[in-house]
Design a binder for this molecule. Structure first.
Ligand code: ADP
Ligand code: MG
Length: 265
């Protein structure tokens, strides 16, 4: 999926937060957005996903050439935009399985891993796919859970209720794997994870890219450490509501070494 953001200005509760963001993410690319706390990273993620708390004052958001400024979050999800939250909500009494099943049934089609593998091999991921069965869905979900070292009971648990920090993060990744979105935004997916958790999540993201070669990924992070395990095509630094510097992977290493100060942000 191709995402274009042009001169995006956003406010919430009369406060100007994004002050002219420009960003272009091509199909199949991995972009990392870094920046100090409060620079507007989560706001950018929420605005792309259509969170109504934020008002677009100026600029445009385009997906594959279509202006999505006015689309509701559910319509954006249908187009294939997925946001993995920094602080995901709890839904007591509703299981992980049911939340994800509902989300996939809102999409046009669900394709099992097997179908995806065949599709990718034959057509480079382009053919429309047939809908899969509930049992195939459950089987895939259990496989994804296992790959994230979540127990088989995980999918029967109440959504995020009583989850540890690490389980919450892995549960966001589980949804990403199950939904096969065309644009993935992961907000601070690495925060609160130990090294093993971080490696697992990074592996899952790489596997996702292999299964969905046209899908684009935006990783939002405060720290460069996830880049030890995932290669980014571009790295951007946000400060005070703008992208103030863009570069390649090397930019992230410089920030890790010298902090954000060296950019005088
Ligand atoms: P980051 O994710 O980079 O830490 P955020 O996007 O969460 O930054 O926040 C950027 C700034 O906007 C902060 O000063 C924050 O307090 C403010 N902000 C974010 N969301 C809202 C909101 N819904 N209402 C008012 N202010 C907000
Ligand atoms: Mg944030």
């Amino acid at each position: 999926m191709n995402l274009q953001i042009k001169n995006l200005k956003v406010k919430a509760q009369e406060k100007e937060i994004l002050k002219g963001v420009d960003l272009v993410v091509g199909a199949g690319q991995v972009h990392v957005v870094m920046g100090p706390n409060g620079s507007g990273k989560s706001t950018l993620a929420n605005v792309i996903a259509g969170n109504p708390m934020y008002t677009i004052v100026d600029g445009r958001l385009t997906i594959d050439g279509k202006n999505i400024n006015k689309l509701t979050p559910d319509k954006r999800a249908k187009l294939g935009i997925f946001l993995g939250f920094q602080n995901p909500i709890e839904i007591p009494g509703v299981s992980v399985f049911n939340v994800i099943r509902k989300a996939t049934s809102n999409k046009q089609s669900f394709s099992s891993n097997k179908q995806k593998a065949i599709r990718n091999k034959k057509t480079n991921g382009q053919l429309p796919v047939a809908s899969g069965s509930v049992s195939a869905f459950r089987q895939d979900l259990l496989e994804y859970a296992a790959s994230l070292k979540l127990s088989p009971d995980h999918i029967s648990r109440s959504f995020n209720e009583g989850f540890s920090g690490g389980e919450k993060k892995r549960n966001e990744i589980l949804q990403m794997l199950a939904l096969s979105p065309k644009l993935v935004i992961l907000d601070e997916i690495d925060s609160g994870l130990d090294v093993d958790g971080l490696k697992l999540v990074a592996q899952a993201i790489k596997k996702f890219s292999t299964l969905n070669p046209k899908s684009s990924i935006i990783l939002i992070t405060h720290y460069a450490r996830i880049l030890k395990y995932i290669k980014a095509d571009f790295v951007h630094v946000m400060a005070d509501g703008k992208i103030v510097k863009s570069g390649k992977q090397k930019l992230a290493s410089e920030i890790e070494e010298k902090g954000y100060q060296f950019l005088s942000v």
